[in-house]
Design a protein around this ligand. Structure first.
Ligand code: TUI
Length: 317
C-alpha cells in the first residue's frame, strides 16, 4: 500500500483524487470514485445552489465514503455555493480559478477541509499561511482552466515552498505519471481526463470518444486574452476562438462565443462547436474503462514500480 498523509487526513484508501470537472463530474462519477477507494469530487461549475445541494444529497445516497466538492471561485454568486456546501456538509472542498484564502476559515469552522488548486508558489505560500489543509499543484498539461507552469516545474517548486501535503495534477493518467509525481515530492495525484473516459462519467459518448481518439497534439489553449485560458480538444469552436485572438477581438466577443459551449459538449454531444475540455494526456487514453479498473490498475502498477526506488520506499509499506 502507498502510505500518504492525504489518506489519513481524508479517510480514503488510495491517494488519488478525481478532478472536479464542471458539467462532467456529477454525483455519479464522484460516488463511483469514492466507492472505489479514491476521492470523488463533484464539479459545482456554474450550478445554481439548489442543484449543488441535490448533487451532494445524491452523492451521499450513493456512497458512505468521503467525497468532495470543487468550487470555481470567480463566479459572481460563489458565496451562495459556499453556504450550500457548508449547510450540506461534505468532507473536503477543492477550489479552482482564484484565491481561496478568505474562504478557508469559514469552511474550517464547519469542519470542512480545504484543498485549493495553485498555479504558482506565491499563491501556495499565501494559502498555507491562510490555513489550507493541502494544495493541488496543477500544471498546464491539464484540461480546462490552466495556469502557465508545467506539472514538471510547478510540483517540485510548490513542494519546496510549503510544509503541507501537495497533490500533483496535470498530465497524469497512469502509473508512470503517478510515480513521477511521487519523485517530484507530491504525496498524491489528481486525474481529470482519465476519469472523463470512464463508464460512470456522465458526459456524452461523443466527448469520451474524442478523448479516446485524440493524439498527443490534439489539444490547444484558447481564451488567453480573457484571463481564463482553457485547454480543449481542437475543433471548430477552438478554431473560432483562435481567430478571435488573431484579430485582437474584445473580451465580449469571447464571452458570447463561449456561452453554453461546455453544456453543449457534455449534454448534446456537440463536439464540433462544444467546449470539449481535455488534458494533453488524452493521447495516451485509448479505452473507456470503469472507475474501479482505472483505480485498481494505477495503484497496483505504481506500487510495483516504485518498489525499485529505495528513496521512495518511505511512501510504501
Ligand atoms: O479550475 C480549474 N479548471 C477548470 S475551471 C473550469 S470552468 C471554466 N469555464 C469556462 C472558462 C473558464 C473556466 C474548467 N476548468 N483548474 C484549477 C485551476 N486553478 N487551474 C488554474 C487555477 C488557478 C488560477 C489562478 C488558481 C488560482 C489562481 O489564482 C489567481 C489569483 O487570484 O491569485
Amino acid at each position: 500500500m502507498i502510505r500518504s498523509p492525504i489518506c489519513e487526513m481524508l479517510g480514503i484508501k488510495y491517494p488519488v483524487f478525481q478532478g472536479g470537472m464542471a458539467w462532467a463530474s456529477d454525483f455519479r462519477l464522484a460516488a463511483a470514485v469514492s466507492n472505489a477507494g479514491g476521492l470523488g469530487i463533484i464539479g459545482a461549475g456554474q450550478m445554481p445552489p439548489e442543484a449543488l445541494v441535490k448533487q451532494i444529497r445524491q452523492a451521499k445516497e450513493n456512497t458512505d465514503k468521503p467525497f468532495g466538492v470543487n468550487l470555481i471561485l470567480y463566479l459572481s454568486y460563489i458565496d451562495e455555493l459556499v453556504d450550500a456546501v457548508i449547510r450540506e456538509s461534505v468532507s473536503v472542498v477543492t477550489t479552482g480559478a482564484g484565491n481561496a484564502g478568505l474562504l478557508i476559515k469559514k469552511f474550517h469552522d464547519a469542519g470542512i477541509k480545504v484543498i485549493p488548486v495553485v498555479p504558482s508558489t506565491a499563491l501556495a505560500k499565501r494559502l498555507e499561511k491562510a490555513g489550507a489543509d493541502a494544495l493541488i499543484a496543477e500544471g498546464m498539461e491539464s484540461g480546462g482552466h490552466v495556469g502557465e507552469l508545467t506539472t514538471m516545474t510547478l510540483v517540485p517548486q510548490v513542494v519546496s515552498s510549503v510544509n503541507i501535503p501537495v497533490i500533483a495534477a496535470g498530465g497524469i493518467a497512469d502509473y508512470r505519471g503517478f510515480a513521477a509525481a511521487l519523485c517530484l515530492g507530491a504525496c498524491a495525484v489528481q486525474m481529470g481526463t482519465r476519469f472523463l473516459a470512464t463508464k460512470e462519467c456522465p458526459v456524452h459518448q461523443n466527448w469520451k470518444d474524442m478523448i479516446i481518439k485524440a493524439g498527443d497534439r490534439d489539444t490547444v489553449v484558447t481564451g488567453r486574452p480573457t484571463g481564463h485560458p482553457v485547454r480543449v480538444l481542437k475543433n471548430k469552436l477552438s478554431r473560432k476562438f483562435l481567430e478571435l485572438e488573431e484579430k485582437c477581438a474584445n473580451i465580449k466577443e469571447y464571452e458570447e462565443l463561449g456561452i453554453g459551449r461546455l453544456k453543449a459538449a457534455s449534454v448534446d454531444g456537440d463536439v464540433e462547436y462544444g467546449s470539449v475540455m481535455s488534458g494533453q494526456i488524452a493521447g495516451m487514453i485509448t479505452e473507456e474503462k470503469t472507475v474501479k479498473e482505472v483505480l485498481d490498475e494505477i495503484m497496483e502498477k505504481t506500487e510495483n514500480f516504485i518498489k525499485n526506488f529505495p528513496e521512495l520506499s518511505g511512501v510504501i509499506n
